[in-house]
Write a protein that binds this ligand. Structure first.
Ligand code: FAD
Length: 450
């Protein structure tokens, strides 16, 4: 039999135009939700494109169940430091009872648990209330350029065929920098050794006896240490096993998915990603068996949910006019072009472990500014990036990838898209002062008082 060819040539075709918008947002995670809500609030015609049938990104699709980064430890006091669109969303999650009070993490910072089903509904509700058009079940696959620096259309594949969405400004909130990469933007992956943060398959259990489990989230790591001495192997140290709003339900964050040679799988590689889903589910069931066998209160527990996809922490980081660094995070850096703040420390998922680097607590203000330049890739007039694929070093991204900072970046990107259209200027050339005023008028906190 003849060897398979490496390529085939597709026939040229006419692609139907599926709509024309002021602002096209790719991805419905925290960044995309905030970007589209903010641009629509300024009266822009906005389309949000999402490959799944629901919003929330990793927060729902990967079963994350906690907002991190909404709060900071400000001179020893836990304060909510992300507002604006996030406040509107939190209120909509809280109304039907889907939001917990914030809880402490490692005694130094707070996170806030939510119900993923309610989050999905609240995000629909928020975007519809602001007039955002949402296209679900649409996978972005390419762009058509108008000039070397200007994107004309985003190409999508849907059940009703291929389509081209025309836009005046494009905001890449895909988490993976797909849109920016299609357009030819520069990007990086991983740290100095090329290794990315390890992905995790989250899972949820029900039927936990909370009275017997007590503070299992503290005692389980000790149980794991004992089991390891007996030869039991775990994917990583530092299991996070926590009750949700209803205390019979617990969320487990412990798996770590890697290649045969031990590096983090690359979730922009279809084959690796596919193998990672299977291994993630295998690891989840293996750890569940350990909990059932050895952890008090888990004997009658059952797996209630393994989410639709593996949790991806890091893939492409698009190179913008500034990269947020580890030093910026731990030194609580200030920037003149602040668009909001990040209060989450560096949470680096390395081989077999999670390593934390903190700002000085409680003697610092506990947060760094996020500069607008992180959102503007070099060489494009009408492209912005927001969320975990924004311009950060590997370590900087290990902190500012969490939901709080992604809401901040998204809100700023959506508002900046509006200002670039209003002022007829490239996205990088808008008035940062006007952006800051507009954000503050919308309730955002830019950390300029501290
Ligand atoms: C296991 C795990 C645990 C975590 N724990 C926490 C936590 O406790 N608290 C916290 O705040 N953060 C946590 N994070 C981090 C946080 O969830 C993410 O970094 C955050 O969701 C990133 O937001 P985003 O909007 O940038 O991207 P994402 O949430 O990744 O959203 C991107 C969206 O774009 C869509 N998309 C991507 N490509 C395309 C395409 N080509 N076409 C169409 N749609 C596309 C995706 O389906 C997705 O909905 C965790 C992450 C992981 C993986």
């Amino acid at each position: 039999m003849a060897a398979s060819p490496a390529f085939i040539t597709e026939p040229a075709r006419n692609t139907p135009v599926g709509g024309e918008y002021d602002v096209v947002v790719l991805g419905g995670g925290p960044a995309g939700i905030a970007a589209s809500a903010a641009a629509a609030a300024q009266g822009r015609k906005v389309l949000l494109i999402e490959r799944y049938g629901f919003l929330g990104g990793m927060g729902t699709a990967a079963g994350v169940t906690n907002f991190c980064g909404l709060h900071a430890n400000v001179f020893g006091e836990i304060k909510q430091v992300v507002h604006g669109v996030a406040d509107d969303l939190l209120a909509r999650i809280d109304r039907p009872g889907g939001l917990n009070a914030p809880h402490m993490v490692l005694g130094r910072i707070a996170a806030q648990a939510y119900d993923t089903a309610v989050y999905k509904c609240a995000a629909d509700d928020l975007l519809l209330s602001r007039g955002v058009d949402i296209l679900f079940h649409a996978l972005a696959t390419g762009v058509v350029m108008e000039t070397d620096t200007r994107i004309k259309a985003l190409l999508i594949e849907t059940k009703s065929g291929r389509g081209a969405i025309l836009g005046r400004v494009f905001v890449d909130c895909s988490g993976d920098g797909d849109l920016a990469a299609f357009a030819g933007a520069l990007f990086e992956k991983g740290g100095d050794d090329g290794g990315m943060l390890y992905p995790t398959m989250m899972f949820r259990l029900n039927g936990v006896d909370a009275a017997k489990a007590e503070d299992a989230w503290r005692t389980i790591p000790a149980l794991m240490d004992d089991a390891q001495k007996r030869g039991v192997k775990f994917p990583r140290k530092g299991a996070i096993v926590r009750p949700q709003k209803h205390t019979s339900e617990w969320c487990v964050n412990v798996t770590q998915v890697k290649t045969a040679d031990g590096r983090a799988i690359d979730c922009t590689d279809a084959r690796e990603f596919s193998a990672g889903e299977i291994d993630g589910r295998r690891q989840a069931l293996e750890f569940f068996e350990f909990l059932k066998r050895e952890a008090p209160g888990f004997a009658d527990a059952y797996v209630v949910d393994i989410p639709p996809q593996l949790g991806v922490r890091e893939t492409r980081r698009v190179t913008g006019r500034y990269q947020l660094t580890a030093d910026d995070v731990v030194s609580c850096a200030s920037f003149d072009d602040t668009i909001g703040v990040n209060g989450w420390p560096i949470e680096n998922h390395v081989a077999g472990d999670v390593v934390w680097w903190w700002p000085d607590i409680p003697t610092s203000r506990g947060f760094n500014h996020l500069p607008y330049r992180m959102l503007t890739p070099e060489g494009f007039d009408n492209l912005l990036i927001a969320g975990r694929c924004a311009s950060m070093t590997h370590e900087g991204q290990s902190a500012a990838r969490v939901s709080g900072a992604c809401f901040v970046m998204g809100e700023a990107a959506g508002t900046a898209a509006h200002l670039s259209l209003a002022g007829n200027s490239g996205c990088a050339d808008i008035s940062v002062g006007l952006l800051q005023q507009t954000l503050e008028r919308g309730g955002a906190y830019l950390g300029r008082d501290n």
